[in-house]
Design a protein around this ligand. Structure first.
Ligand code: BES
Ligand code: MN
Ligand code: ZN
Length: 536
């Protein structure tokens, strides 16, 4: 199992377990290990399978030919290359260094997104061409950084995150048995980037190295989250999700405690227990606790929705697209990824991750529409629709967060509502907060990391919609603003906490089949890692 992060600063390995140790392996992935070398020496002669030359769309005409000439590459290749972010043109040369050269467009090079897109595209291209070792010419990094108003360190992080992310594959449920004889033998060459050489860094080498290290950790942890999202319901039960958190805890060195049904019952987590009623498998409630060496600057609790499969329950969903509801634990996956990232980076913050987990299934024993349940907070809830299950399990987790930790900040992430997709589409998450400053900071991290969020209101007008005749509140709103009424519901359970944010990731957590990158995206790992680093 390759380690992530150059050094593991802490090795507590104090995983406390209430749930009996699992015998079955979940097959949770080790963090992928991509080797990164940084050198101040020029890129062109570096021994590699592919040399990438980043080029901006603006300077292309002026500087392009001069950059290619010393490499012996015909400048004619520039005729078909505009330098847009992520655009690639291949050229070939003889002599020292890589024979394959990729001209890599970085667009105007103004935003992090330009560099991230370029790095992801490069990584995918290298994979297609079976190039395991890629040398990236970073001679321009000082200039790029100035242009993008970032430091070379920061930009190096963005680039490496992009390369790690672009090399992601989810193929561990493929046996290869049906592959054609030719593919089966393979060419023995790597299918993803195994080593990245950031060359030509000159005086920036030390900064680039620091940034690259962080980028590798965050990119890798994002891939851990993607793997969990991609695992289908029959490969990832609530217990297996808890086990994945435990494994991340061993790699990242944070404490993990898993509450089983008995403990969950003792705590009175009526939301989680009610959603679990139709299930053949027990619920879990996982607590990940990262404490830094020395004093923590803040205590932050992150809560992630962990519905391992959402059928809708008795209010069953239509069958079209129901398979995608294996991704209904994307909030939990993100929280696991973030915990592993912050602990590996050794941030001076206490970060606690909470994951209420179960599937949501119909059965004779299942929770029924009209049922009134009592959550851990004591607040009673009328279940207007069993498909509005996420808010029921989150309610208990928010109560637990407030009561047990009284943290400086609470942030929950959840694939909570289809209505959020109606409002904001597949690329952008909904943001709700009772703290304008916090909302502003999260929005800023969203812009910086390309994991964009858009704030929606928590006005009291919306509380009207979730009033119940028979209970304290209903889990279903009357017509309209479904993403807001869901957030309004959650607000009841933070018990007056003044610094809470809810991020509805129903759209961006999972990309449907067909459009290039598909499956789990790991949305939120970069966003929250950026936010937490800004507090460190
Ligand atoms: N997990 C779904 C929300 C969802 C939908 C996520 C599509 C990702 C893609 C959630 O549990 C749900 O079913 N919400 C209902 C709430 C409604 C019944 C009040 C919805 O959005 O329709
Ligand atoms: Mn649902
Ligand atoms: Zn759901």
């Amino acid at each position: 199992m390759p380690d992530i992060g150059r050094e593991t600063r802490f090795n507590l390995n104090k995983t406390s377990i209430i749930l009996p140790a699992m015998t079955k392996k979940t097959g949770t992935p080790p963090a992928s290990g991509i080797r990164i070398d940084v050198t101040s020496k020029p890129a062109a002669p570096v021994k590699a399978d592919l040399l990438a030359l980043p080029m901006g769309s603006k300077e292309l005409k002026k500087n392009g030919p001069a950059a290619l000439q010393p490499l012996g590459i015909d400048p004619g290749v520039l005729n078909d290359f505009k330098g847009g972010a992520g655009e690639i043109a291949m050229a070939y040369r003889t002599g020292k260094g890589a024979s394959r050269v990729a001209l890599l467009g970085i667009g105007e090079g103004r935003t992090n997104d330009d560099f991230r897109k370029a790095a992801e595209a490069l990584s995918r291209k290298a994979g297609e061409l079976h190039c395991g070792v890629v040398a990236l010419d970073c001679a321009g990094i000082g200039e790029w950084a100035k242009h993008a108003k970032r430091t070379p360190e920061y930009l190096a992080g963005v680039i490496v995150e992009g390369v790690v992310s672009g090399s992601y594959r989810f193929d561990r449920l493929k046996s290869g048995k049906l592959d054609k004889e030719k593919d089966k033998q393979g060419d023995g060459k790597p299918k993803t980037v195994e080593a990245l050489v950031l060359a030509g860094c000159g005086s920036h080498a030390a900064d680039v190295e620091t940034g690259a290290d962080a980028g590798r950790v965050i990119g890798t942890c994002q891939n851990v989250a993607r793997d969990l999202v991609n695992l289908p319901g029959n490969h990832l039960s609530a217990e297996e999700l808890a086990e994945a958190a435990r494994e991340a805890g061993k790699r990242g060195a944070f404490d993990v405690t898993v509450f089983d049904r008995k403990k969950i019952t003792e705590l009175g987590m009526g939301g989680l227990l009610s959603v679990n009623k139709g299930s053949e498998q027990p619920p879990t409630f996982t607590i990940m606790d990262y404490r830094p060496e020395g004093k923590a600057r803040k205590t932050v609790v992150l809560v992630g929705k962990g519905i391992t499969f959402d059928s809708g329950g008795i209010s069953i969903k239509p069958s079209a697209g129901m398979d995608e509801m294996k991704s209904d634990m994307a909030g939990a996956a993100c929280v696991i990824g973030v915990l592993e990232a912050v602990s590996t980076l050794g941030l001076p913050l206490r970060v606690v991750g909470l994951i209420p987990a179960t599937d949501n299934m119909p059965a004779g024993s299942a929770m029924k529409p009209g049922d009134v349940i009592t959550t851990m907070s004591g607040i009673s809830v009328e279940v207007g629709n069993t498909d509005a299950e996420g808010r029921l399990i989150l309610a208990d987790a928010l109560t637990y967060a407030k009561r047990e930790f009284d943290p400086d900040v609470i942030i929950d992430l959840a694939t909570l509502t289809g209505a959020c997709i109606v409002a904001l589409g597949m690329k952008v998450a909904g943001l709700f907060s009772n703290d304008d400053g916090l909302a502003e900071e999260i929005s800023r991290s969203g812009q910086a990391t390309g994991e964009k969020v858009w704030r929606l209101p928590l006005w009291d007008e919306y509380a009207e919609q979730i009033k119940s005749d028979v209970a304290d509140v209903s889990n279903t709103g009357s017509k309209g603003a479904g993403t807001i009424t869901a957030a309004k519901f959650l607000e009841n359970f933070v018990e007056g906490h003044k610094h809470w944010a809810h991020i509805d990731i129903a759209g961006p957590a999972f990309a449907a089949k067909g459009g290039g990158l598909s499956g789990g995206t790991g949305f939120g790992v970069r966003l929250l890692a950026d936010l937490l680093r800004s507090w460190a």
